[in-house]
Design a protein around this ligand. Sequence first.
Ligand code: AMP
Ligand code: MG
Length: 273
Amino acid sequence: MYAELSLYEKYAVVPGTRVDLSQIDPNDTGDFATKKDARKALKKLRKKLVDLQERFYAWDARSILIVLQAMDTGGKDGTIEHVMQGTNPQGVEVTSFKVPTAEELAHDFLWRVHKAVPPRRMIGIFNRSHYEDVLVVRVHNLVPETVWRKRYEQINDFERLLSENGVVLLKFYLHISRDEQARRLQARLDDPNKRWKFSKGDLEERALWDDYMAAYTDALSLCSTPHAPWFVVPANHKWYRNYVVASILVETLEQLNPQFPPPEENLDDVVVV
Ligand code: AMP
Ligand code: MG
């Protein structure tokens, strides 16, 4: 008998180790043979998630911050849509990080991020994040290396501060292959309902694929910590990607074991008139 690895353990980047993305199969589908099986399993997980989120919200003790990073077409939007389906919108907030504004650029790179960290009881989701400041910024030399080099440690310090103040962090890198990105970009061009998502700039970024992989490798290797782990999620199959993210989130919530707060005393005698 061997103990079955949870998906949390299976896909977490072990702190202090070097990730080799070329050795992690984006086509991995774990224990699932078919899309149908994974979809069924995801449905079950979502039921658990909805129940746990209700307790988590009522508990009002911690917050959860989910960071989503991926190459273009990697599935950040789809993950949010499919994993969080059915949860109470009042307890979830999504923040998408775009090219920084002039005001944001006039501050340190974590300023806009810190403001968006979810308060107690909320599940916050970052669609892109402070990691852009060691990804796109590094690949395009938007600041000198002496500046971005320091950021890995600054990020670790920042995330430790959050963790010590009640924020539970989960960071997902949605791992697609270069070929899969080509298929998805082509699909965006071909489908009139998807064209709005296509930007010619995506092709310029695609040409820098290897530079991005090098930058991701450093971010994942240098910034996976016990209190803010990175997960490399096989993401060529959307149904498996959704299942993995949902599963790690549910496992985290189960560990937290949120409880409904005790009701006011002597409610048994109360009559509603
Ligand atoms: P999208 O996610 O497709 O709406 O695109 C958002 C764009 O903003 C992407 O091209 C990101 O690389 C870019 N972006 C996000 N954060 C930063 C940042 N800190 N510095 C420069 N560009 C960024
Ligand atoms: Mg885009």
